[in-house]
Write a protein that binds this ligand. Structure first.
Ligand code: HEC
Length: 108
């Protein structure tokens, strides 16, 4: 019984994470939302910018999820002169949207 329950919870959690990753991918690539491709190369995607570092191996380069969230939410805290928009600070993206983007970036 417990095993069945654990199995179900796992499948359910997996499904939720998958949905969040898919939503994060859409937000990352959408020109009206994250538009991260304007500056970053992602997954060797076409038409990507190269004014910023390519986004790859994110989980190993940013093991602390909070740091990645902070970089997207307010990159000015790390670099006052950055051209990266402060997506959270300026309300371009909600906190939940930023977390979804991070779930997607962790798959890169
Ligand atoms: C207008 C250009 C621009 C846009 C749009 C942009 N960024 Fe950036 N980003 C930069 C620059 C430039 C840097 C380099 C660090 C700095 O300037 O402080 C950077 C750095 C980063 C870093 C740190 C990378 C590393 O390897 O250290 C992450 C993570 C990141 N950006 C994620 C994103 C995400 C996610 C989006 C979309 C929601 C995004 N950026 C949109 C310009 C941009």
């Amino acid at each position: 019984m417990l095993i069945v329950l654990l199995l179900c919870t796992n499948v359910w959690a997996g499904g939720v994470l998958e949905q969040r990753v898919a939503a994060g991918k859409r937000l990352t690539l959408d020109r009206k939302m994250g538009n991260c491709l304007a500056c970053h190369a992602i997954d060797n995607g076409p038409f990507s910018g190269n004014t910023a570092p390519p986004l790859f191996s994110m989980k190993s380069r940013f093991p602390d999820k909070k740091k990645l969230v902070a970089q997207i939410s307010n990159p000015l805290a790390n670099n006052r002169d950055t051209i990266m928009p402060p997506f959270g600070l300026h309300g371009i993206l909600t906190e939940d949207q930023i977390h979804k983007i991070v779930e997607y970036l962790y798959t890169l």
